[in-house]
Design a protein around this ligand. Structure first.
Ligand SMILES: [Fe+2]
Ligand SMILES: [Fe+2]
Length: 365
């Protein structure tokens, strides 16, 4: 096994984390609470009127779309022995999986999804912290209003995922170090546009694609309803990022733009890697390396990973960062073809509660 130095793979993220005395670490999970200082910019502004009508409109939609976690049908009986999640198509034909009994296959599928949902919950905490920081840092009152409404949305998301895990599934999995590297960098970095890039553009862009795919693989009505509500909120959050950054980079010099591009690229590479820990597999007596190899070879899995970028790539284009260096990197990653995908139509239909168009699987290569 070749040992890679995470500091060389992620130089930009690592430089951000160095200010906390920490560094990018790959693999494993985060043990214990993590406490570190971040230097936030706090900005008081005195214009309380509407300065960004589009932002105020998004805020109004956010307020109108608030929901209460208590209103979900928590009395739904979730039978973990029944059909809750589809078997992952990436494994369905693998020898090691076919050798398992039906009961074990089902159990592994539950463990895998429990681990995934746990990572979503930890990511939601990251979004809660980042949205709170944005409230103080953004440069106008309309954006502060919106960021505050997002912080409340994220509190609800942490609440519903946690409640689902503890009431309906068997266990909670700890946050993976891979995910935490990015969450930590987003919360430590003091420039507010980096928080948007890391959270609204990359993490929430990925989350939209991941939630849409999870919805298709889920047959449990309570979870379906929960994910639909979260997804609608997330679509607004990504729109918040796009509106905030749309004209932000036009006047910026090449060096500063490149820093943003490097940050986004490293965040994408980090998130493309395996997000869940090997614990779920080990618990079932399957070697995580075997599963990793199966996934690497699976056409379905490669297509799924490609689709995760169906929001990020076109949104980078919309905010004017998808040129030169970043376009080349996305091309190497095999996701540049999403650049003309109508990400906004998907966000709009999710926000309005209509069926979003599905991206073309073939485009994922
Ligand atoms: Fe969220
Ligand atoms: Fe969000």
């Amino acid at each position: 096994m070749t040992l890679v130095d995470p500091r060389e793979l992620y130089p930009y993220l690592n430089a951000i984390l160095e200010s906390t005395g920490d560094e990018v670490r790959l693999g494993g999970v985060v043990e214990g609470d993590r406490v570190f200082d971040s230097r936030e910019t706090t900005r008081f502004v005195w214009n309380y009127g509407v300065t960004l009508p589009k932002m105020r409109q998004l805020y109004r939609r956010g307020v109108d779309s608030q929901w209460n976690a208590d209103d979900l049908p928590w009395d739904t009986d979730v039978d973990l022995e029944g059909k809750v999640f589809d078997i992952d198509p990436a494994w369905a034909e693998a020898d090691w999986f076919l050798k398992m009994g039906k009961k074990e296959q089902k159990r592994l599928t539950i463990e895998y999804n429990t681990n995934l949902i746990s990572q979503f919950m930890h990511g939601e905490q990251g979004a809660l912290q980042a949205a709170s920081q944005l409230t103080t840092a953004v440069p106008d009152m309309d954006s502060k209003f919106y960021a505050a409404s997002q912080a409340f949305d994220e509190a609800r998301h942490v609440e519903v995922f946690s409640r689902y895990i503890h009431e309906k599934l068997d266990r909670e999995y700890p946050c993976t170090q891979n995910l935490f590297n990015l969450i930590q960098a987003i919360t430590v970095e003091s420039r507010w546009d980096f928080k948007f890039l890391g959270m609204q553009m990359v993490v929430e862009g990925l989350a939209i694609s991941a939630f849409m795919s999870l919805l298709q693989r889920t047959h449990e009505p309570l979870f379906q309803q929960l994910v639909r509500l979260v997804l609608r909120d997330e679509a607004r959050h990504v729109a918040f990022g796009v509106i905030s950054l749309k004209d932000f980079y036009t006047e910026m010099n090449e060096k500063e733009r490149r820093e943003r591009q490097e940050f986004v690229y490293e965040a994408c590479v980090l998130m493309r890697g395996r997000l869940i820990s090997g614990e779920a597999y080990e618990r079932m007596g399957v070697n995580p390396e075997t599963i990793k190899a199966t996934m690497r070879e699976s056409q379905e899995y490669r297509g799924f990973i490609g689709l995760l970028f169906a929001q990020i790539v076109p949104n980078m284009k919309r905010i004017g960062l998808l040129d030169g260096w970043l376009a080349e990197r996305f091309d190497e990653m095999g996701v540049l073809q999403f650049k003309d995908y109508d990400a906004d139509a998907v966000l709009e239909s999710l926000i309005m509660g209509t069926d979003p168009p599905t991206p073309d699987m073939r485009a994922a290569g």
